[in-house]
Write a protein that binds this ligand. Structure first.
Ligand code: AMP
Length: 219
């Protein structure tokens, strides 16, 4: 099964994507995670991407499509037809969606579903501005909705918590604008292309959203 997960920053794509990937044996491909890894490793890709990410802007389509080609091509070779993939945070523009269509055709893969997680803007802002990540084990907390036992310290491993550099208020506002302008129109793009598109209310507890997502994928 090959699936695209669409949703604004903070809608829960990462959390739900990991749960879904585990439940359905899918390979989760998050361009945001791949870019952050490149930034941490100081690669050329990372250096190029960082200035866009810190400003809340999208990394240029040609860079993202190059990255997608690398990971999807490798994914196809490694998994030889089983499992499938779950795309989280890609595509984000019409050019990326068209590039993905071409890439899938080349690789002989097809898209089975597009799932959209909807969350109101005011909740997204709280989720993003309150997000804190453990620098040691990667556990994620939220100072409003799911605070750590001790502020600034991971309740899982005791490591220090940090705020993602693109979770600052101005950057958050910009990321949400960019989503509305460039990514939200992809829902219609996929409806028009005849794909199976399902919308899920993401403003609920993680478990309830996950149940709906699983039902949507199994139907
Ligand atoms: P995310 O973790 O998915 O919210 O991505 C964090 C940042 O990485 C975004 O704000 C963009 O700057 C960049 N990024 C991730 N995926 C893409 C993509 N498909 N196209 C362009 N930029 C991306």
């Amino acid at each position: 099964m090959n699936v695209i997960l669409l949703g604004a920053p903070g809608a829960g794509k990462g959390t739900q994507g990991e749960l879904l990937a585990e439940r359905h044996g899918l390979r989760r491909i998050s361009t945001g995670d791949l870019l952050r890894e490149a930034v941490r490793n100081g690669t050329r890709l990372g250096l190029e991407a960082k200035r866009y990410m810190d400003a809340g802007e999208l990394v240029p389509d040609d860079i993202i499509l190059g990255l997608a080609r690398e990971v999807l091509g490798a994914s196809k070779e490694n998994s030889a037809g089983e499992g499938g993939f779950l795309l989280d945070g890609f595509p984000r523009t019409r050019a990326q969606a068209e590039g993905l269509d071409r890439l899938l055709a080349e690789l002989g893969l097809r898209l089975d579903a597009v799932i959209v997680i909807d969350v109101p803007n005011e909740i997204l802002i709280k989720r993003l501005s309150g997000r804190r990540t453990c620098t040691r084990c990667g556990a994620v907390f939220n100072i409003y909705f799911d605070p750590p036992r001790t502020p600034g310290t991971c309740s899982v491993c005791g490591g220090p918590l940090e705020q993602r550099s693109d979770d600052e208020p101005d950057t958050i506002r910009r990321r949400l604008e960019v989503y509305q302008a460039q990514t939200e129109p992809l829902v219609q793009y996929y409806v028009d292309s005849g794909a199976v598109v399902r919308r899920i209310d993401g403003d609920r507890p993680v478990r309830d959203v996950f149940e709906d997502l699983t039902k949507a994928l199994e139907s």
